[in-house]
Write a protein that binds this ligand. Structure first.
Ligand SMILES: [Zn+2]
Length: 323
């Protein structure tokens, strides 16, 4: 997603050559803070999509690598100077426990010059704030993993690392540089840096990510597109997303009850705006609905070692409706 820091601290957008007044350490720190948040989101997102791969309707091979493209910054020249890059592409994150992280070598900001046979720096880009090119690079990685069962990434320092993928549920996680957004569009989960859950412990933060991921895994966006976004319909998808949270947490290795803790922490402080909308139940009811899932999850986990929501989760919508 857009990372809007580089160039915004010290220089107006569009100002010409790199002025001496640019504070590169401050730019680097601002980028680093964004990357710290992104790393946390990617680590937790990876655990969720990896742990639930056995139950997702669409699974893809993945290595857990996320790139950054200097062209996506407000001032690509400042970003390159701050990160000491000659080109535009570098490692953003390798999700904890992913093949990229286990392979080693994918250190933050290490410059990349080759994805398979292609150098993504050679693809055309906009002058600034171009987020399409990095999305294209991620699409390219996905295609290579699907077609060739692996990828070799080449670095500007002459090194190269070959990585084999594993299966994960098909969703990307993207951090927004500002705002309290937490949204799912069917293919992505997008979380704003100002969302309060960044201050929570990992399991509670994972509960927020899992709610958004649940919308994608249960096909809500497409279902609402087909069947209309009447309040009652949206409300049923919201209930399903809430109730699936503890299932997704359990399979990812988190304590399922963290979903209840999340709702009780976040709800009273932040759901006030939503309460005026008839699309969401009030937070006490939402916490209760999540809690009611826990006995079944505990029983299944004890019996089968996993919480198979593809088989045992009670739907509140007919997923085939409108097809
Ligand atoms: Zn929702």
């Amino acid at each position: 997603m857009l990372a809007l820091f580089a160039g915004l601290l010290a220089a107006p957008l569009g100002a010409a050559p790199l002025p001496d007044t640019i504070n590169l350490p401050a730019e680097r720190a601002a980028i680093g803070r964004f990357q710290d948040f992104d790393q946390r989101l990617q680590d937790i997102g990876w655990k969720l999509v990896r742990g639930n791969a056995g139950f997702c309707p669409r699974v893809i091979p993945a290595i857990g690598l996320q790139l950054q493209d200097a062209a996506s910054y407000g001032r690509p020249d400042i970003a390159r100077a701050a990160l000491d890059l000659k080109g535009d592409f570098a490692v953003q994150t390798a999700a904890h426990g992913s093949p990229a992280a286990l392979a080693g070598g994918f250190t933050r900001n290490r410059e990349i010059v080759r994805l398979g046979r292609f150098d993504p720096n050679e693809w055309p880009s906009g002058k600034r704030m171009d987020w399409q090119r990095v999305a294209r690079a991620h699409d390219h990685i996905d295609a290579l993993l699907t077609e060739h069962g692996g990828i070799e990434v080449g670095f500007a320092d002459g090194g190269a690392v070959r990585v084999q993928p594993v299966d994960v549920c098909a969703t990307r996680f993207e951090l927004m540089g500002e705002g309290e957004a937490a949204v799912a569009d069917g293919a992505r989960v997008v979380i704003g840096m100002d969302f309060p859950a960044f201050a929570y412990d990992d399991a509670m933060f994972a509960a927020l990510v899992a709610h958004e991921l649940a919308h994608n895994l249960l096909g809500h966006d497409a279902w609402l597109d087909r069947n209309g976004r009447a309040w009652g319909k949206v409300k049923r998808t919201e209930r399903e997303a809430d109730r699936l949270i503890p299932w997704l947490l359990a399979n990812a290795g988190y304590e399922p009850h963290a979903a209840v803790r999340f709702m009780k922490e976040w709800g009273p402080r932040h759901s006030v705006r939503l309460l005026r909308l008839p699309t969401h139940d009030g937070w006490p009811k939402r916490a209760r609905a999540i809690e009611e899932e826990l006995p079944l999850i505990a029983a299944l986990t004890a019996r089968e070692g996993r919480a198979d929501w593809a088989q045992h989760f009670r739907r509140e919508i007919d997923p085939a409706q409108g097809q």
